[in-house]
Design a protein around this ligand. Structure first.
Ligand SMILES: [Zn+2]
Length: 144
């Protein structure tokens, strides 16, 4: 599956812009705007966390799925903010992919036998080979 991705640089830029917009709205007591922009910041930070690690990031107050869907819907309807929309769609896809059930049985790469899912997402085959398929943190590139 190919899809457009915004760059990490774009993502960081957007987080900066939206944080600022949220702060400004807060200053002016424009509560609805402030919530809107801080929701976007929350979603973008979650996406940044996903990109840095295969494990979903723990956020103190992540958007729920319907809030995320509403944001995406709103951005689509507006027709501007293409980068923002692309970023939020990526987050939605990552969330969905994350909920795919892990298969109970895999084929062991080392011997070709069946390998069964153990606790903690580890697979073990008849020959005792252990491996992990997902939920393994990939090494974090660059500064956190
Ligand atoms: Zn094996």
């Amino acid at each position: 599956m190919t899809m457009n991705r915004i760059t990490d640089e774009s993502l960081n830029q957007l987080i900066g812009i939206e944080s600022l917009a949220s702060d400004n709205a807060g200053d002016d007591k424009r509560q609805v705007d402030r919530i809107y922009h801080s929701n976007i910041v929350s979603a973008l930070e979650e996406l940044r966390g996903y990109r840095a690690s295969a494990i979903p990031v723990e956020l103190t107050d992540p958007l729920n799925d319907s809030e995320l869907t509403r944001l995406i819907w709103g951005l689509k309807a507006e027709g501007f903010h293409q980068r923002l929309l692309t970023g939020l769609v990526e987050l939605q896809q990552r969330r969905n992919a994350d909920r795919q059930p892990v298969p109970e049985v895999m084929i062991c790469d080392m011997c070709g036998h069946d390998a069964w899912l153990q606790e903690h997402g580890t697979y073990e085959c008849d020959e005792g080979h252990l491996f992990e398929v997902r939920r393994t943190p990939i090494s974090k590139g660059g500064a956190a």
